[in-house]
Design a protein around this ligand. Structure first.
Ligand code: PSV
Ligand code: MN
Length: 431
């Protein structure tokens, strides 16, 4: 039996206060969707099984390079983080797994960690390696790169770390490794682009050779930061080259924040789907760069358009289509638990909106060059308030109809603040 963080009775009491109103809204939306040829119960069933992984590093308060302002009751270690993640899932019903980051989440006994996660009802999504920071007592520094470093021993150290991450992940029941490196350069001429990329590919192939047969490797591109002149894996084109060079178990990971402003991310997603190389997502939002803002907080329409591509791929049974959904954002001014719950619901919302797109009508409009008609079909779906679908999906499963209200009423943060002393820094600082 799953160990719950908040008493299920308490959630039921909170739900009882708003259940009738939610059911009434659900019925009204159901009638509206029926007129549009959509069955609300079918949409609810699909939303209900949709999940997005919480990044373990997201439950701690983030920061910028200027400062970090710690919140009360921050998790001290991975076991505390798992409890926060379990609460997020208990209330939202949308986050059944956690994505770990090593060595931040390193423990002596990964089997114990797996046991604790599973007891809390959580699975483990992709594991992430970290060769963008130096750890205490590390032999070789990553100051000038890791997998693409000019020095063989430094590259080997980064390769070994990734191989170790795979072993941790195997013990946890993960099925994928995500590699993101900060390698690049800060000055024109500092590195030779081709040689640096060659070294990266060579290292990535060595990691790939250790991938268990039922695993996937996701490589993550990012336009800039920490390198500010050039980055080795800077865009989806380079990422696609990597995935192609590595082989069938290699896929591209799209972090929404890792593109220049206004880049057409949904089209990148479409291209990767078309060529069977979409591995998954790190969801977040941004205004200027890799701001790591909460998913859907700036441009929910773009999130919807990404999901429109994903649902289109489901609809057309695209081959090799099994993207991992993960959040990756930094919570500098909010309670991370609240931000993560809202973000998971925003991802579900975009999925539900994409499910109600009238696809035959859209295809017809596309075939007959009805630009306005086509875009109106998308807008109609986007403008539909699908909140009652999400709320009823939660109510049916014993999750909270209003996760934020229930969380605030539960007093969880005050409770954990008493047993988790404030920390000025920690393993989940500037992400
Ligand atoms: C890098 O900005 C990134 O998006 C990568 O996914 C890292 O693993 C994560 O953030 C945490 O730093
Ligand atoms: Mn990311």
């Amino acid at each position: 039996m799953t160990e719950t963080i908040i008493d299920a009775e308490f959630i039921a009491e909170q739900n009882a206060k708003v259940l009738e109103a939610t059911q009434s809204d659900y019925r009204a939306l159901g009638e509206q969707l029926a007129r549009r040829g959509k069955n609300i119960d079918e949409i609810k069933a699909r939303v209900s099984t949709f999940g997005v992984a919480v990044p373990s590093w997201g439950v701690g308060t983030g920061g910028t390079r200027f400062a970090r302002f710690p919140g009360a009751g921050e998790p001290r270690h991975i076991f505390d983080k798992l409890e926060d993640c379990a609460l997020i899932h208990q209330l939202s019903g949308a986050t059944p797994s956690v994505s770990l980051h090593f060595p931040w989440d390193r423990v002596d006994d990964p089997i114990e960690l797996k046991g604790r996660g599973n007891a809390l009802g959580l699975g483990f999504d992709a594991v992430n390696s970290n060769t963008f920071q130096d750890q205490a007592n590390q032999t070789h520094s990553y100051k000038y790169g890791s997998l693409s470093h000019a020095d063989t021993a430094t590259r080997q150290q980064a390769i070994d770390h990734n191989i170790e991450c795979i072993s941790f992940g195997q013990a946890l029941g993960s099925k994928a490794l995500t590699i993101w490196v900060g390698d690049g350069s800060n000055f024109p001429g500092q590195t030779n682009f081709a040689r640096q990329f060659e070294r990266y590919l060579d290292s990535a192939k060595k990691i790939y050779a250790h991938l268990p047969p039922d695993w996937r490797v996701f490589t993550e591109h990012k336009m800039f930061e920490p390198a500010f002149y050039s980055t080795v894996v800077q865009d989806w084109g380079t990422n696609y080259l990597i995935a192609t060079e590595l082989g069938d178990q290699a896929f591209c990971l799209v972090d929404l924040g890792h593109h220049a402003p206004n880049v057409n991310i949904e089209m990148i997603v479409s291209r990767l789907i078309q060529f069977g190389k979409l591995g998954g997502f790190h969801f977040n939002d941004s205004k200027y760069g890799d701001d790591d803002l909460d998913t859907g907080s700036i441009d929910p329409y773009r999130l919807f358009l990404v999901f429109n591509e994903l649902v289109d791929a489901e609809h057309n049974a695209a081959p090799d289509f099994n993207p991992a959904h993960m959040l990756d954002q930094s919570h500098n001014v909010t309670d991370p638990i609240e931000s993560l719950m809202v973000s998971a619901m925003e991802v579900q919302r975009a999925y539900a909106q994409a499910l109600i797109v009238n696809r035959p009508a859209l295809e017809h409009a596309q075939e007959f060059n009805d630009a306005l008609g086509a875009t109106t079909i998308l807008k109609t779906a986007f403008r539909t308030d699908v909140s009652p679908i999400l709320a009823m999906a939660r109510a049916d499963k014993g999750n909270s109809i209003d996760p934020i209200a229930t969380y605030r009423a539960s007093g969880y943060r005050v409770r954990v603040a008493k047993i988790r002393p404030a920390i000025a820094s920690g393993t989940s600082g500037i992400v």
